[in-house]
Design a protein around this ligand. Structure first.
Ligand code: KIV
Ligand code: ZN
Length: 410
């Protein structure tokens, strides 16, 4: 016999605090990916529902804890993309973005229909800063608090997983911010978010804000704390890491750091910093870093937002060097001039590019690889050609072979 809604709700009420307690004490950093929502807000990055499904499945393989899958009330395509993920994307929690209005929560419920209860949730937001209250919403503090209580309560009657974020939190007065969080938790929020909506914080201020929230919200033990940084000062990753050190449980990131304006904290960069410095953060994560580069390339291809050549982790030149001293070092031992091996992120191979700055050892290595003579004179000849070659010359294998032939025929 099917259990009634009331019984299920009571079971949910018992299980929810246990799940939160588990996540709070597990020591794991939970990655919440927002490539498909905030990432897609980047001008031109629009994704079709099928593309979103491909990325969502790749994010599942990567090991993210949850997926900010879209904003169903904002467009039919967002709702359609979420419907495609339902029942197919199984391991991460699928969340839908909602304003603090019932119709958005209803739209999220419809889009997520069929997804198991413990794998679906809503993420509510409302502007809380003085700028948002006065100019955007024309609402008083009291009105904002009652909006939060009403909408979070409504969401909690339909979803076991309810996140609440005060938009522009980093520019909201701290005492009011804490009251917003307290209200949301009392109404049933299971996660409270700290979005630096305009990306204005520094790592020190981000850390201090998080500490102040943890100290200033009495019911904080009943929820997970999530952080969401924009990159307007190029500090989104640093801010995210500062908050991890301060005890944030969930980090919201995007692949390639795409997102509104200057983008969001890049998931691949945060994950690699955690991977390389377990001693510093003392936290675990479930991200399979060997899946990062293929996913970064997939997102670049499907969004049409190309990866900068020097993009940390996934850019084309991050495992390539033209400099003689570095080439010599890499040939002696790859770790001399790399923070991590390409295999760790599913990238590579290491490439020694021949150019004006290259040295004897890299040239000799290339000649040997091509089965050509690598004696002093042959190497010297190629080095001379490299110095003379005009900017932009592509020094590929064919070029090296033809230079080598030109010496012999001279
Ligand atoms: O940056 C932001 O404030 C957001 C909200 C929707 C949480 O993306
Ligand atoms: Zn954002």
């Amino acid at each position: 016999m099917a259990w009634g809604r009331g019984v299920m709700r009571r079971i949910g009420q018992v299980v929810k605090p246990l799940v939160i307690r588990h996540h709070r004490h597990s020591g794991a950093v939970l990655f919440s990916d927002t490539t498909l929502r905030d990432g897609e807000q980047m001008p031109g990055a629009t994704l079709e529902p099928d593309d979103k499904l491909r990325i969502a499945l790749a994010l599942e393989e990567l090991g993210v804890h949850s997926l900010d899958a879209g904003f169903p009330a904002s467009s039919e395509q967002d709702a359609a993309a979420i419907r495609k993920m339902v029942g197919v994307v199984k391991r991460p929690v699928l969340t839908a973005l909602c304003r603090t209005v019932r119709s958005d929560i209803d739209a999220a419920e419809a889009a997520l229909d069929g997804q198991p209860k413990h794998k679906r949730g809503v993420s509510l937001f409302v502007g809380t800063s003085p700028l948002h209250r006065q100019y955007k919403l024309q609402k008083s503090e009291a009105e904002i608090l009652s909006l939060i209580a009403e909408s979070v309560g409504y969401a909690a009657s339909r979803f076991d997983i309810v996140a609440f974020s005060p938009e522009d939190a980093s520019r909201t007065e701290l005492p009011f911010l804490c009251r917003c969080y307290q209200t949301a938790i009392e109404a049933g929020a299971t996660t409270i978010g700290f979005p630096d909506t305009v990306g204005c914080l520094t790592p020190e201020k981000a850390r201090d804000s998080l500490r102040a929230i943890q100290d200033g919200v009495p019911a904080i033990e009943r929820a997970l704390v999530a952080v969401h940084f924009h990159n307007d000062l190029g500090l989104a990753v640093a801010n995210t890491l500062a908050c991890i050190a301060e005890g944030a449980h969930v980090v919201q990131c995007t692949i390639n750091g795409i997102g509104e304006r200057a983008g969001n904290a890049s998931l691949e960069e945060v994950a690699m910093a955690l991977k390389l410095h377990p001693d510093q953060y003392g936290r675990t994560m479930r991200i399979d870093t060997t899946k990062l580069v293929p996913l970064c390339r997939l997102v670049a291809e499907l969004t049409g937002c190309p990866l900068p050549l020097n993009k940390p982790v996934a850019g084309e030149t991050v495992f390539a060097t033209e400099a003689g001293i570095h080439q010599d070092g890499l040939l002696k031992h790859p770790d001399t001039y790399l923070p991590f091996r390409p295999e760790l992120v599913g990238g590579g191979p290491i490439r020694l590019i021949l150019g004006r700055h290259s040295g004897r050892r890299a040239v000799a290595h290339r000649l040997e690889q091509l089965g050509l003579s690598a004696d002093e004179v042959s190497v010297g000849h190629i080095l001379d050609q490299l110095k003379l070659a005009p900017k932009g010359t592509l020094v590929d294998d064919a070029t090296v072979q033809s230079w080598s032939r030109s010496r012999k025929s001279a």
